[in-house]
Write a protein of this length. Structure first.
Length: 212
């Protein structure tokens, strides 16, 4: 009787709960565990970026580009009939009166220094060819052409040509050629003679200048 009573008082065990607990314990024992002595992985941290520099900021400006320089040609010296040097040292001494004519030019008569210098240079170049009047006249004409034009004589020369035209006389010279002659002469009397001799005359209107 006592044994039965003892069996009857033992609590009933839930079979399903027991089986579930046993299965859980078995599964836990199968999970692999990491070894205890493995080193921990190192984590590399990025290096800090340098801090921006502080202080005054220097701004370098580009060098200025040079501007192109315009080339200006120097002005030509003004033409001056009073500037010149007559050299008679190369004039032939065998030509009668030629050295005397050259000395007149050196003294400024009847032509200005620039024209006289050109005439004397022409005589020296011609040599014996300057002994005749034709050669001398050629050099006077050359010297007059080398002279400077003075606009002050333009009106006078134009009036001279107008008179020739009104008289029906043809002229063998232009206004500029007339101005060249009058601009070259240093003597007032010789200049007046040359202007009158250019016409109109009975010979017509021809370019005239004194020859010595």
């Amino acid at each position: 009787m006592a044994d039965r009573a003892s069996l009857e008082t033992t609590p009933n065990v839930n079979r399903e709960r027991f089986l579930a607990l046993a299965a859980a314990l078995a599964a836990a024992s199968c999970i692999p565990q990491p070894p205890a002595d493995l080193p921990k992985p190192e984590v590399s941290e990025p290096e800090p970026e340098p801090e921006p520099a502080t202080g005054p900021v220097v701004i370098v400006e580009p060098a200025p580009t040079p501007s192109p320089t315009a080339f200006v040609e120097p002005a030509a010296p003004a033409c001056d009939n009073n500037l010149g040097r007559v050299d008679c040292s190369q004039i032939s001494s065998t030509c009668e009166g030629l050295r005397g004519s050259c000395q007149m030019l050196a003294d400024g008569y009847p032509y200005k220094a620039r024209v006289g210098e050109s005439v004397a240079r022409c005589w020296a170049r011609l040599g014996q060819g300057a002994c005749n009047m034709r050669g001398r006249k050629q050099c006077y004409r050359e010297g007059i052409r080398d002279g400077c034009l003075d606009p002050a004589f333009e009106a006078e020369c134009q009036e001279r040509l107008d008179r020739c035209h009104d008289a029906g006389a043809s002229a063998n010279y232009t206004v500029d050629e007339c101005v060249q002659v009058l601009s070259s002469l240093s003597d007032e009397g010789e200049r007046e003679w040359a202007s009158q001799a250019m016409g109109p005359t009975r010979e017509g209107c021809r370019l005239m200048f004194p020859v010595y």
